[in-house]
Design a protein around this ligand. Structure first.
Ligand SMILES: [Zn+2]
Length: 333
């Protein structure tokens, strides 16, 4: 007989221990301080990275890289020579894919997986460099603004002037995240980024209701895990899975195999509407401090004990594996 309760508690303990090990302090640094750096932080998800990608594309496309340094080299997957060789490359596009940010250069590429504590800052070179900055890339002047920018970014006050030099600073206090240098002709795998590991982005207009119904059949398990499964749909993590399920009025530990067809359809609609409205809020509230995570507008996630905004019931909270799951017993079934 397998003692599943013991297996589950062992898994939870292992997940928490791994998190602690990943956050081991550097010499001379207190573990309390580093733990404090991770508490209250959360993985950037599709809405966060969409806004960063749209803004950075508008600010940087068409600019050449004029310098690239790595004060925190542990965060870089690539050689110092590859980092130096980025100088002179021009940015063609910056885009979000799943929980990654991709910077396309001509002909190379940089892909960033910020994990838990990685954040991006857009700054003038004279602005003070934040502590724990792992990578700094400087971009030179460009001749004219790029095409294919998101409408909300046009004429934004935070856009650097075309003749200005501007920096992207990737800051990561735990260095759990990684910056992958992908020069043309170099084979370097980016874990989780391969085509067979990433489903369509959860807000991809091509993810129609028909495709959703087909894809979801392969996943019989609990709904929260389903939404967080990047192979099913990409970009949703611990926070937005709670939000989508609240919008769909479905409990996180319900099984997909128990859902009625109309509940499967409701989950599709809720995924789309939750992400679209979150992106809309973040476009208004995040710039120009792209390094700050805005989550206070969420309906249920991490709001345990407060009143559900839809029905007033006290929001429930559980922490399997140390990660918060929040839901409402009043209006989710
Ligand atoms: Zn409720």
């Amino acid at each position: 007989m397998v003692d599943w309760a013991a297996v589950r508690s062992l898994r939870a303990w292992l997940a928490w221990t791994c998190l602690q090990l990943c956050c081991l302090p550097e010499p001379g640094e207190s573990s309390t301080r580093l733990l404090a750096a991770t508490i209250g932080r959360a993985v950037p998800e599709l809405p966060d990275l969409t806004v960063v990608a749209e803004a950075f594309h508008a600010a940087l496309a068409g600019r050449p890289i004029v310098a690239a340094t790595a004060p925190g080299p542990l965060a870089v997957r690539g050689t110092p020579a590859e980092l130096a060789a980025l100088v002179g490359r021009h940015v063609t596009a910056i885009a979000q894919r799943g929980k990654f940010l991709a910077i396309d250069l001509d002909p190379d590429r940089i892909v960033v997986n910020p994990m838990l504590t990685g954040r991006f800052q857009l700054a003038r070179p004279e602005e003070k460099l934040p502590t724990k900055t792992a990578v700094v890339i400087s971009f030179g002047p460009r001749s004219g603004a790029p095409k294919r920018t998101a409408p909300w970014t046009r004429r934004a006050g935070w856009l650097p002037a075309d003749d200005a030099t501007v920096e992207v600073r990737y800051r990561d206090p735990t260095q759990m995240g990684k910056v992958y240098l992908l020069p043309a002709g170099v084979e370097r795998s980016v874990p989780g980024f391969a085509d067979d590991e990433l489903g369509p982005d959860a807000d991809d207009p091509g993810l129609t209701l028909d495709i959703w119904r087909q894809r979801i059949r392969r996943h019989p398990g609990e709904l929260k895990n389903l939404l967080k499964n990047q192979g099913f749909v990409a970009g949703i993590g611990n926070a937005y899975s709670d939000e989508v399920l609240h919008a769909a009025r479905l409990l996180p530990f319900r099984k997909r195999s128990d859902l009625a067809p109309e509940e499967v359809d409701a989950l599709h609609a809720a995924t789309r509407s939750t992400l679209v409205s979150a992106i809309d809020v973040l476009r208004r509230r995040v710039p120009p401090t792209f390094e700050k995570q805005v989550r206070d507008f969420l309906a249920v996630h991490d709001k345990g004990g407060t009143a559900c905004p839809r029905c007033g019931t006290r929001i429930s909270e559980v922490k399997p594996g140390g990660f918060v799951t929040s839901f409402c017993r009043g209006c989710q079934r």
